[in-house]
Design a binder for this molecule. Structure first.
Ligand SMILES: [Zn+2]
Length: 229
């Protein structure tokens, strides 16, 4: 099935993916993850094409008309008029080119992601260790592990940012389904939309816990078993 055609002859699958993406976008909007038309989403349609959000559209009211089909080099496929893919589509495409198993990429400006990078101005990565919710990441079977989330410096040069993300992912040992961009937001991906969403939600929860820990001074004061309180 050729899914890379224009809006006038959109396939049922395209419409269904757009509906799923619309539901996710509304959820993110309610959470305050996509302020001021920011953020962008994409799903892979086949080996060489993906549907990506059109630049500048309000993501809280996303429909199939707010998505366009591009090949993995960013060239529009089908008739999309003057529409342009999201400015950061290059980062989505670099991920799809990097790994054929990636089926969806979600990018938001969620406060927990931005706060984490601002609190750690020198950090190259965040290490999340020992949490039960790490099992939400595909390939993780136990809490007794650690995941490194790369932090990449922000830039308006999307091609340079994509190259840097690629370099950092190459250098990251172990399972990695997300990276943070400093003072900007988070990218998360997965084999399909459901997995990408699960990864993004798990990461936001864990960053929220880490931030709350930092806010509380890093540790809960407690009394070990057997010691008088
Ligand atoms: Zn962004």
């Amino acid at each position: 099935m050729n899914l890379a055609h224009g809006p006038s002859e959109r396939s049922g699958r395209f419409e269904q993916l757009a509906e799923e993406l619309g539901g996710i976008a509304r959820l993110f909007g309610q959470r305050g993850w996509t302020p001021a038309t920011s953020s962008n989403f994409s799903v892979r349609l086949d080996a060489d094409h993906c549907a990506v959000t059109i630049s500048g559209r309000d993501k809280t009211r996303l429909t199939a008309d707010d998505l366009m089909v591009v090949d993995l080099a960013g060239k529009p496929a089908g008739d999309h008029g003057d529409a342009q893919p999201s400015a950061e589509a290059g980062l989505h495409l670099a991920l799809y080119r990097r790994d054929h198993g990636i089926g969806a990429v979600l990018h938001t400006h969620a406060p927990n992601a931005v706060l984490t990078t601002r609190l750690q101005p020198e950090a190259e990565r965040i290490r999340l260790a020992g949490y039960e919710l790490l099992k939400a990441f595909t390939g993780v079977a136990t809490h007794d592990t650690a995941l490194d989330i790369p932090i990449i410096g922000n830039s308006q040069d999307i091609a340079a940012l994509a190259r840097e993300a690629d370099r950092r992912l190459e250098a990251t040992a172990g399972i990695c389904w997300a990276y943070l961009i400093r003072d900007h937001g988070v990218y998360a991906w997965g084999a399909d939309l459901a997995a990408a969403l699960r990864h993004l939600e798990a990461l936001d929860y864990l960053l929220g816990i880490e931030l709350e820990l930092a806010r509380l001074g890093g540790r809960i004061h407690s009394h070990p078993q057997g010691e008088p309180s």
